[in-house]
Design a protein around this ligand. Structure first.
Ligand code: UGA
Length: 459
């Protein structure tokens, strides 16, 4: 099928490349001319493991093309996926102006039947508004359409894997025709019948559940999923604080709690909190949705508040160790909001660093992928060539993004080059015992009281 994907961000680009790989012809549209130029020259506008190869292979095979004019794509494609950004307005609501603009452009140029699918994360009832919009603004009486919601559940850093091996595909429709078209589009993924571009011996080949709902429910499923995951993180962070206060080990607590199949082990890693372009934004938008509908969403406000407090608590820990931070050299490992991405939007590491810079610390940081993007947001940081350079002469190193490369560092060397061998681990990526054995003072999240840390450090 010919498919138009509007928006070449994380979601749009992975969707476009994934659909092309599974046999469709995809036209990906973005009004950012520079981005289109970058993509057409075989480069990538952002880092995402496995995506560059996928895009390039399909572009060369002419199954995937990049254009800046929506008209060309609409004329050739029956299915149109809207994958544009929905950032947060000051009042917490999702800003739907880009979605509306795309809808307006479609209304102006579409003829015949189209299936318009919202993939951007949008508040419930956006589909209804789109339907009304097309009714009011369509230029041609020949244009008629179905609107569908098809929320995406891609994680940055593993987006390609998530596209090919999703836990489920959710579609919100109000016609059988729309459901059938979407089932056709996703058939290779649903049946896992494609040649897997990421795994040599692809094990995960059972049929993917295809969940068909009404449009409102599909829209809500996305916000509810992200909010639930964010809630799990804030929950374990709350427990981590208690563990620190009473002298228990949050790692063990999370492990055993997560063994209960009803709870599940994932998203129970404590740390400096969740960031990125999704959880903070979606949580705020969902709280607004609840509020506007007259429902009590105080639970989610608390999830947000706990998350914001993670930065205060971590900065307090740093000060507890260093006392005065002004003029002190602090090394930072990790700037991205999580590993395997160069994304620094709502990045907890940057939030911690900003606080330290404001208090006069000298911050020297390293991240394997995110330094270019961080430079644009925080030019005051001294960026280093590698993790050792960031640790050189530092009175403390903050480990803030759990990149695998940090686990392979020569810790003996790190200890020797630091002014004081103090590591504050905001992601619990190292083990207390290993760090103590290597002669570090080590502070993590939620593995007992500060006294325990010093005992371990001294042993
Ligand atoms: C999230 C969801 O996981 C995806 O399913 C969804 O499609 C996506 O948002 C979206 O709405 O587009 P993403 O933001 O890429 O994906 O990243 P996650 O892996 O969910 O991590 C989010 C944040 O939570 C990161 O800062 C991470 O470090 C933090 N986190 C995650 C924890 O602090 N603890 C955990 O146990 C797990």
């Amino acid at each position: 099928m010919n498919i138009a994907v509007i928006g070449a961000g994380y979601v749009g680009l992975i969707t476009a490349a994934g659909m092309a790989e599974t046999g469709h012809r995809v036209i990906c549209v973005d009004d950012d001319l520079h981005k289109i130029e970058v993509l057409n020259s075989g480069r990538m506008p952002f880092y995402e493991p496995g995506l560059e190869d996928l895009v390039e292979r399909n572009r060369r095979a002419k199954r995937l093309e990049f254009v800046s004019h929506i008209e060309d794509a609409v004329a050739e494609c029956q299915a149109i996926f809207i994958c544009v950004g929905t950032p947060t307005l000051e009042n917490g609501e999702a800003d739907l102006s880009s979605v509306e603009l795309v809808a307006r452009r479609i209304s102006e140029c579409a003829r015949g039947y189209h299936l318009v699918i919202e993939k951007s994360t949008v508040p419930v009832q956006t589909g209804r508004r789109l339907q009304r919009h097309f009714g009011v603004y369509r230029k041609s009486s020949q244009f008629h359409c179905d609107v569908a919601s098809n929320p995406e559940f891609l994680r940055e850093g593993s987006g390609v894997e998530d596209f090919f091996h999703p836990d489920r595909i959710v579609v919100g429709v109000d016609s059988e025709k729309a459901a059938a078209l979407l089932e056709g589009i996703y058939q290779p993924v649903l049946e896992q019948s494609f040649v897997c571009p990421i795994h040599e011996n692809c094990a995960s080949r059972s049929r993917v559940p295809f969940v068909i709902t009404d449009i409102n429910s599909a829209e809500l499923i996305k916000h509810a999923s992200n909010s639930f995951l964010a809630m799990k993180i804030s929950f374990i962070n709350m427990i981590a604080d208690l563990c620190e206060a009473v002298g228990a080990d949050v790692g063990k607590v999370a492990e055993a709690v997560g063994m209960d199949k009803r709870i599940g082990a994932s998203f129970l890693r404590p740390g400096v909190g969740f960031g990125g372009s999704c959880f903070p934004k979606d949580l705020q938008a969902f709280v607004r949705v609840g509020q506007d509908a007259g429902c009590d969403f105080a639970l989610l406000r608390e999830v947000e508040r706990i998350n914001q407090r993670r930065i205060d608590l971590f900065v307090n820990k740093i000060k507890e160790e260093l006392w005065v931070v002004r003029g002190k050299r602090i090394g930072v490992w990790g700037l991205a909001f999580k590993p395997r991405t160069d994304d620094v939007r709502s990045s907890p590491p940057l939030a911690v660093i900003r606080r330290l810079l404001a208090e006069g610390a000298l911050v020297r940081a390293y991240d394997p992928q995110a330094m270019e993007k961080a430079k644009a947001q925080a030019p005051e940081i001294e960026y280093c060539a590698d993790a050792y350079a960031a640790a050189q002469g530092a009175e403390a190193v903050l480990a803030l993004t759990e990149w695998e490369e940090f686990l392979r560092l020569d810790l003996m060397k790190v200890r020797q080059i630091m002014a004081r061998p103090l590591i504050l681990d905001g992601r619990n990526m190292f083990s207390c015992a290993t760090m103590a054995a290597q002669g570090f003072e080590y502070v993590d999240i939620g593995s007992g009281s500060p006294a325990r840390k010093h005992q371990l450090g001294a042993s």
